[in-house]
Design a protein around this ligand. Structure first.
Ligand SMILES: Cc1cc2nc3c(=O)[nH]c(=O)nc-3n(C[C@H](O)[C@H](O)[C@H](O)COP(=O)(O)O)c2cc1C
Length: 176
């Protein structure tokens, strides 16, 4: 696939929630995870963990845990982004409440941009019952699932979401 420039990649990425039948190659997922893991990590803690799910039964269970959102079941593959809470070092509450969610979010965005650049569609799914996802994936207690990202062949071209004007959000020097 021709290279996509970074601005087009960032601006053209959409949450894709419908997929066509077809396989997303393993190399796209593993390379995507490599891109994800290249994101900044507080103190270089590298607490990120990734679970690749292709099994239809597990994907269906993930859909049910995601308040019956269909995308995990419908997509060819789901990547579950987790954190190893035992790797949080000495950052305490700030680590668990701020650094880890930011580390994971940075990785997810890299992953979404990479799969979009390769012509695949994905969506960030944060609405799920954590205890159910942990049970489905046999996660030990120190592994916390943060998001699941279904990936498939795009079956829709979503419209860009409405955005508030950027000029309302940018502040000069101090809050104004
Ligand atoms: C933390 C987070 C959680 C999200 N959870 C869900 C979700 O559970 N289901 C879903 O369909 N979309 C989810 N989204 C995707 C957003 O709805 C989407 O990014 C937003 O509507 C803007 O659309 P865009 O991604 O096409 O720019 C989530 C996004 C983020 C950042």
């Amino acid at each position: 696939m021709a290279e996509m420039d970074i601005e087009n990649c960032i601006l053209g990425r959409r949450s894709v929630r419908r997929y066509k039948d077809g396989r997303v190659p393993d190399e796209v997922i593993t390379r995507g995870i490599e891109m994800a893991d290249a994101a900044p990590s507080a103190g270089n803690l590298q607490e990120r963990e990734y679970i690749i799910v292709r099994d239809p039964g597990i994907k269906k269970a993930l859909s049910s845990a995601a308040l019956n959102q269909q995308q995990p079941a419908d997509a060819d593959v789901v990547v579950v982004f987790c954190a190893d809470l035992d790797k949080m070092g000495n950052y305490g509450k700030r680590g668990t409440e701020l650094y880890t969610p930011q580390d994971i979010a940075a990785a997810i965005e890299n992953f979404l941009l990479y799969v979009h650049s390769q012509g695949y569609g994905a969506v960030w799914i944060g609405a799920f019952t954590e205890s159910e996802v942990s049970a489905i994936l046999d996660l030990p207690r120190y592994i916390k699932p943060f998001a699941m990202v279904p990936v498939g062949i795009p079956g829709e071209v979503p419209k860009p979401p409405q955005k508030k004007p950027l000029s309302d959000k940018i502040h000069s020097e101090k809050w104004d």
